[in-house]
Ligand binder design. Structure first.
Ligand code: PLP
Length: 820
């Protein structure tokens, strides 16, 4: 082995103590010598940084041990490539997984510092848009928990997703500055830097009596530098690495230009390089196909692949055993260019034959698909791809030629089938299809719920599935129970421990034992008290941030997720308007008091999504201020949805809204968080809701609406929204009220276009599902009025959601895809 340890005996540091008085002394030490502050003048932020540095030392002990173990045992390494990691805050997670919570609290208290106060100052690492990025974060934690040697690879965006503010009910986007106070969790690794090229040309060498060699001569180059963040598994079983790349110029300053007086021009390279990792692209209705996005994708793919291959060669003589020692999981198609990059590195740089490199590549990669929406499938115009990545364009053509010949020979494919599986879309302007590239270059392609996987086989990938019938498999998503139960809901966690003991902390399926308490009156009372206390805390947050008073005895009905037409926040708002009308028209009836809470960001260029936010706020203003409602209905849109806000809202929900148009939500994970925390779900048979119904029992979830099959049928038959609206008095009144400006007296036509869209095509089947949804809401009301029944159902939700732990998902990936 080339880098064996030197012969001298290097003393190992002894592991750090976890006694509160030692922790306190170290916090003071860090405050003084690392931050340079006297305890008397230290600000809360200084205490936070000092505390993180002390916690970090305890992590490092385990981190080094984990790294050493993989190397010594020759374990297979898993690499999770994702353009997004929506990790949120790390303090509570790290401290809790290390088992240091009480000790650190005591240590800080002895210094007059409140743990909760400083933990609340930590900025959210909002390096993701939504579910896909949060899944990557849950997976990182679960991979460390189930002891898989894994590395996450992504981009260290200087600005995460924008911060959302409301101005007169409209969404306003502000830059997120999560690095403003520095980031004490990360380690900059200057020694792990790689050159990344763009553009230029390809030179062909030889080719007479030996196969030609290709040399890419990029026109531009930047440096990728690694920043490592440790990821602690539950009980600190293992500590893995999240490695995020930052772009730096090769020449920070062009001195010739500077000396010639061109001070701005001298910095141009520097600015251009750094722009690469400055912003996270918001997930739009349709990806704009912007050059910077493709640059980001290639930048982090290339840096990660170079790093992976370098690490392999440190331990093994060549790449023949790469598929046995390395598994690379592509989180959606954003890193799919890695397949071309792997081929380039293996053939051009390391001299392997094309066919051999192809076998290794396909044996190493696997791909997770996250969406069936045709407009969200990534593809790049051929001229752009060719200009930016000329060598990769050649490789794509070479792979394509190989596969198309194979398909004609092996399966006798028709021209139409050949067109469908080709890496190049020839309809209209020619484009490189990243989904097909990811599929063809992987040995496993998975969907994220049973329904989504089934649909994948008959829609986007039907012909590729015919060609490779063994490749598509399902891995239903999961959530980490540490963050989404133990940390966000400590009161419920304590109550469960009291009832069934601690086994569920290590095996979430042990929650099943709670089933025995579902009808126990005393337990129901305690469960209700925990829920109420969580609602009081959310009411407090809403009161202090928004000045709206909420009654914690009302039903908290919550829909929080990205704003998108397919997620149908609009259906929820229209139903609220209909309910408002009913409450006013029938004051004699016993209405169940409800608070409808919304949160979520809209992509800045997604017009209708932004209009839906404005509508929610306009409707809220009218309903909340109408004395005729007598406080029976409130509508609240809480700004700036992120992981930390979800951690407060999820435990406080009575009702979870999971009402997407069937067939359009790949899985959802918000649905899982709520049910685990004892909310009742109202939802369609979409994504993972289908499997949730199987697990919690059909009597413990409120399902309504068209199935995916019925949606497809209705669209094929020519769905006629107008006819449906005419038949439903409640629906037509609600739509007319919105369209005619009842909620927007300052601009009566504000929502006319939005409602016209429903009258004219209603692609998302709002009208088709409205009556069923309204009826399902009245069923929910009925259950609510019988608390025994309500808590019997919600306790069973908590008891039966253990299967949706991301530990289970990761174990399935490990045994069925990674063989790690
Ligand atoms: C869980 C989560 C999501 C995903 O929610 P869905 O309801 O599955 O779309 C998005 N954003 C944040 C901050 C989350 O915590």
């Amino acid at each position: 082995m080339n880098n064996s340890l030197p012969a001298v005996e290097i003393p190992q540091p002894s592991p750090r103590s976890t006694r509160p008085e030692i922790l306190a002394a170290e916090i003071i030490e860090r405050l003084t010598y690392r931050i340079g502050k006297d305890a008397k003048v230290a600000k809360p932020h200084d205490w936070l940084t000092a505390a993180i540095l002390v916690v970090r030392d305890r992590i490092i002990d385990r981190w080094m041990d984990s790294t050493r173990r993989v190397y010594e045992q020759g374990d297979k390494r898993v690499y999770y490539l994702s353009l997004e990691f929506l990790i949120g805050r790390l303090m509570r997670d790290a401290v809790s997984n290390l088992g240091l919570m009480n000790e650190l609290r005591d240590a800080l208290a002895s210094l007059g510092v409140d743990f909760d106060v400083i933990a609340g100052l930590e900025p959210d690492a909002a390096l993701g848009n939504g579910g896909l990025g949060r899944l990557a974060a849950c997976f990182m934690e679960s991979m460390a928990t189930v002891d898989i040697p894994a590395y996450g690879y992504g981009i260290r965006y200087v600005h995460g997703l924008f911060r959302q503010q409301m101005a007169d009910g409209w969404q306003v986007e502000l830059p997120e500055t999560w690095l403003a106070h520095g980031n004490p969790w990360e380690f900059e690794r200057r020694e792990s830097s790689y050159e990344i090229g763009f553009g230029g040309s390809v030179e062909t060498i030889g080719g007479y009596d030996e196969p030609p060699r290709y040399v890419w001569k990029p026109a531009e180059r930047v440096i990728a530098t690694a920043y490592d963040t440790p990821v602690v598994g539950w009980r600190a079983q293992r500590v893995n690495t999240l490695r995020l790349w930052s772009a730096q110029p090769i020449d920070p300053i062009l001195l010739d230009a500077f000396n010639a007086g061109d001070h701005i021009g001298a910095l141009r390279e520097s600015n251009k390089a750094e722009a690469l990792t400055r912003v996270l692209y918001p997930a739009d209705a349709n990806p704009a196909g912007q050059e910077l996005r493709l640059r980001q994708e290639y930048f982090f793919s290339s840096a990660s692949l170079q790093d992976i291959l370098r690490r392999h060669l440190q331990q093994y003589p060549d790449f023949s055993n790469l598929p046995d020692k390395v598994a690379i999981q592509l989180n959606d198609t954003h890193p799919a260019v890695s397949i071309g990059e792997m081929m380039r590195l293996l053939t051009d740089v390391h001299g392997l034959e094309f066919d051999e490199a192809w076998e290794i590549t396909r044996g190493t990669f696997s791909y997770t698909n996250h969406t069936l929406l045709p407009e969200a499938l990534e593809s790049w115009p051929v001229p752009l791809f060719e200009r930016l990545l000329p060598r990769h364009m050649q490789i794509v053509y070479a792979i394509n030629a190989k596969i198309l010949v194979e398909a004609r020979k092996a399966k006798n494919f028709s021209d139409q089938q050949i067109r469908a599986i080709s890496l190049i879309d020839e309809n209209g302007d020619r484009r490189v299809r990243m989904g097909n590239l990811a599929f063809i270059g992987s040995h496993s392609i998975n969907g994220v719920s049973a329904l989504h996987t089934d649909l994948m086989k008959v829609t986007v990938f039907s012909d590729l599935h015919t060609l490779y019938p063994d490749r598509i498999n399902n891995k239903t998503n999961g959530i980490t129970p540490r963050r989404w139960l133990m940390q966000c809901n400590p009161a419920l966690t304590s109550l469960i421990r009291e009832a069934i003991g601690d086994k569920f902390l290590d095996d979430t399926e042990a929650l099943h034992a709670l089933d025995a308490f579902a009808d126990d009156a005393a337990f129901q009372e305690k469960f209700a008290a925990v829920k109420r206390e969580n609602k009081v805390q959310l009411a407090h947050l809403v009161g202090s941030r928004m000045g709206v008073r909420l009654d914690p005895s009302a039903m908290f009905d919550i829909q929080i997720k990205r704003i998108h037409e397919y997620k149908r926040q609009l259906l929820n708002i229209v139903e609220a308007v209909a309910l408002y009308d009913q409450i006013r028209s029938h004051p004699e009836l016993d209405w169940v008091p409800r608070v409808k809470l919304f949160a979520g960001k809209a992509a800045p260029s997604y017009h209708n999504a932004k209009l839906i936010i404005k509508l929610a706020n306009d409707v809220a203003r009218v309903i909340n201020n109408d004395p005729a409602v007598r406080g029976l209905l409130k509508v609240v849109f809480v700004p700036n949805y992120n992981v930390s806000l979800a951690e407060v809202m999820v435990p406080a929900a009575d009702l979870s809204e999971q009402i997407s148009t069937a067939g359009m939500e790949a899985s959802g994970t918000g649905n899982m968080k709520f049910a685990l925390n004892g909310a009742l779900t109202i939802g369609t048979l979409d994504g993972a809701n289908v499997e949730m119904r199987d697990h919690v029992g059909a009597e413990n979830i409120v399902i309504f609406g068209l199935t995916a099959e019925e949606v497809a049928q209705a669209r094929a038959d020519g769905h006629e929204p107008r006819a449906i609206i005419e038949k439903s008095k409640e629906l037509s009144q609600a739509l007319d009220a919105i369209a005619s400006g009842v909620f927007s007296p300052d601009d009566r036509s504000r929502f006319t276009g939005l409602i016209d869209g429903i009258y004219n095509h209603d692609w998302f089947m709002l009208t088709a599902d409205f009556d069923a949804y309204a009826a399902a809401q009245r069923t929910v009301d009925q259950i609510w009025t019988n608390p025994k029944s309500w808590y019997s159902k919600t306790i069973r939700n908590t008891a039966r959601m253990g299967w949706f732990s991301s530990d289970r998902t990761i174990r399935q990936y490990a045994s069925e895809i990674w063989r790690a």
